[in-house]
Design a protein around this ligand. Sequence first.
Ligand SMILES: Cc1cc2nc3c(=O)[nH]c(=O)nc-3n(C[C@H](O)[C@H](O)[C@H](O)COP(=O)(O)OP(=O)(O)OC[C@H]3O[C@@H](n4cnc5c(N)ncnc54)[C@H](O)[C@@H]3O)c2cc1C
Length: 415
Amino acid sequence: MSYKVAVIGGGAAGMMAAIAAARKGHVVTVFEKNEKLGKKILLTGNGRCNITNTTINWHNYRGTNPKFTASVLAQHSNNDTIQFFKDLGLVLVEEDRGRLFPRSNQAQSVIDVLEEELDRLEVEIFYNQKIRRIAYSEQQTDNRKTGFEIITYQNKKHHFDKVIIATGGKSYPQTGSTGDGYRFAQQLGHKIIQPFPVSVPFRIQSPVCNKLQGIKIDATVKVYHDNEKVFEVTDEVLFTHLGLSAPAILESSREVSSILSKDQNAKVICSLNLFPEYSEDQLYKLLKGRIASHPDRALGNQFTGMLPKKVIPTILKYENIDPEEKSQQTSNTTIHKIIKLVTDYRLPVAEVLGWEVAQFTAGGVDVKEIDSRTMESRIVPGLYFCGEVVDIDGQSGGFNLQWAWSSGWVAGNGC
Ligand SMILES: Cc1cc2nc3c(=O)[nH]c(=O)nc-3n(C[C@H](O)[C@H](O)[C@H](O)COP(=O)(O)OP(=O)(O)OC[C@H]3O[C@@H](n4cnc5c(N)ncnc54)[C@H](O)[C@@H]3O)c2cc1C
């Protein structure tokens, strides 16, 4: 049976859902508030679009119930995504950690092939159409409301048999995702798990970060909440004018953001181990050895050649240890203090930066109220959700777009 299907939002999930529904023979209309489709896709992977990953399972996802993704991924896996895009003519190249990118190195290529397919399937696209409200229509069959009314900000009303909400989350609102889908879902009776920004830099209450801005190091990052370790990762850390960024911080940010979204005064500490490959004992012996070999060297320069030169003198200065002190005069107590500092340098997190710079959104429409076999609402028949509007977020590496492709496909196919 052919239905009139509306897709609200022309991002990754919405385009995929529209294609899947149109391939089933439905008459599909996409409403997009921007002047073009896929604005956020253009930003992904630094403009190159890390479209998916060669190894994916539900463990790559978070949310109140990440296992929800298993059934969705089983219906449209990463391999299905690869085949889907291959059939559309998009050639993908594998890079490190299984990440896949278009051969063209341009995210625009992903949009190009999707647009061609939407065109071939005669999907109607309304640009610059911001949806204000989604309501049940008055039409009733067997006492069940079977139709929807889509109302735009220009007060135009359109009637549809089925509606797919693909409005994204709240991150990077400049691309169009401003959280409208949560309001639509709530108005239709759905529960929203409080959204919070993920993959976002930290603002740190210490002048050290500002002094070291632009310097990148490899470090182990440990996150403490009320003195209890809640997260640990080893990767790149970047000092910025406001605090810290780069993969280790972005990876840690989900935990920090989750804590601060519940209590913005929570005590969260980010600890940096600048020498994760050494034990404290090894590092103590190493520093003693370097001091013995270069007794005239300033204390702050004893790690020169192991770290960017400015890092240790800056840290020592702000911890009241004179970096200019001749190393031969340094007491054992100070050496122990330095070892403690460089292996467990504790910086208080003032806040995570906001939605404008967050790559992903955690939280969203509660998956308890969605059927994972179809992405259909368990509350309103004929209503579907897909993509970032749902309470699922993935690790970085192509997992978020894969969620958009998989859930979009299942929603479109579920209609
Ligand atoms: C900088 C950055 C880099 C990223 N890099 C990667 C990466 O390399 N790999 C990866 O897997 N993921 C990446 N992501 C995440 C990924 O882009 C998202 O998870 C994915 O695009 C979400 O798709 P979506 O379709 O659910 O939402 P969106 O892409 O946000 O699409 C939602 C669409 O709905 C429209 N819309 C919203 N409200 C309305 C309304 N009321 N009426 C009409 N239209 C509306 C919006 O304009 C938008 O076009 C990145 C994100 C960012 C911000």
